[in-house]
Design a protein around this ligand. Structure first.
Ligand SMILES: Nc1ncnc2c1ncn2[C@@H]1O[C@H](COP(=O)(O)OP(=O)(O)OP(=O)(O)O)[C@@H](O)[C@H]1O
Ligand SMILES: [Mg+2]
Length: 279
């Protein structure tokens, strides 16, 4: 069962991805029958989905249902027990330079300033070679994009939690990603900073023409940020519901639609849809 969009799609010319792995011309990432686990144990199973270019997908689910495990698998970290992932039309067997990750903790190197942290890793062997000047421009553009131009030379110890997470976002952007994987990137932040960061993420994704897969267990975050929400539940974890969120942005101006969707998601969780058969 799929909920109907509440209003027209939020961006022009782009179709939505799918929750069954059907690949189209606009597909950035596709997973087919993915099963991932640790040792002999299966943690997520039968995951087929696609993420379209420039689409923001939120993976929503309770603690322990396997969201981070799935995100890592979709990012090419680790070997699945079964199934496959393709990224930009090619099989994904290891992390791809055009896919970037942001985690709950910003994981900055304390001995490098903002500029150094954002540029860190751009010279690694797997990254495409870039000229020194172009590299510098990329780093500076990414820092400006997250609003940290004036703090370019600050060190992590001199930054607030929100600023540190902006650096982590800039580090991801400097890779000019086609897809940004983010695993609860704002859950350690206070409510106001978190809200600012959610708006920033949407803005960056739109301006930098990237797609994003955002893992969260916060229903409101998913509703505010996502073009599409996938609900994960069960053991092993599976995708059990999908909502296409076509509420126009800025979304806080459409409180009736937000409340209606929230009610639908909570009802799905309460009714135990989340523990029934996958879609
Ligand atoms: N490296 C690992 N080795 C063994 N088991 C693991 C490992 N990582 C996660 N697990 C197990 O896999 C299951 C799913 O964990 P995962 O971190 O993917 O869940 P999650 O949905 O991201 O949870 P949370 O919302 O708390 O972050 C849990 O039972 C966890 O104990
Ligand atoms: Mg997790």
């Amino acid at each position: 069962m799929m909920a109907q969009p509440l209003s027209p799609p939020p961006f022009d010319g782009a179709a939505y991805g799918t929750a069954d792995g059907t690949v189209g011309p606009n597909t950035a990432l596709a997973a087919r029958k993915l099963r991932i686990g640790y040792g002999g144990k299966t943690v997520v199973d039968d995951i087929s989905l696609t993420i379209d270019k420039r689409e923001i997908v939120c993976l929503l689910g309770g603690s322990g249902c396997g969201k981070s495990t799935l995100l890592r698998g979709l990012a090419g970290l680790g070997t699945p027990q079964a199934g496959s992932v393709s990224f930009l039309g090619a099989p994904l067997l290891e992390p791809h330079p055009r896919a970037a990750l942001v985690f709950q903790q910003p994981s900055l190197l304390p001995w490098l300033n903002v500029e150094g942290n954002v540029g860190f890793g751009l010279d690694f062997a797997r990254q495409p070679k870039i000229e020194r000047a172009a590299r510098k421009a990329r780093v500076h553009d990414a820092i400006e994009a997250v609003g940290l131009g004036p703090r370019m030379h600050a060190y992590p110890a001199q930054l607030s939690g929100g600023q540190a997470q902006r650096v982590a976002l800039a580090r991801a952007l400097a890779r000019q990603p086609e897809l940004l994987f983010a695993d609860e990137p704002f859950s350690a932040l206070d409510a106001v900073t978190r809200s600012e960061m959610q708006e920033l993420l949407v803005d960056l994704v739109h301006r930098w023409h990237t797609a994003a897969l955002l893992v969260t267990h916060d229903i409101d975050e998913a509703i505010l940020v996502a073009d599409r929400i996938l609900l994960m539940a069960g053991q092993p974890g599976r995708i059990v519901r999908e909502w296409k969120v076509a509420i126009p942005r800025p979304r806080h101006e459409h409180s009736d639609a937000l409340v209606a969707l929230r009610y639908d998601i909570v009802a799905a969780l309460k009714a135990g849809v989340a523990t029934s058969a996958p879609i």
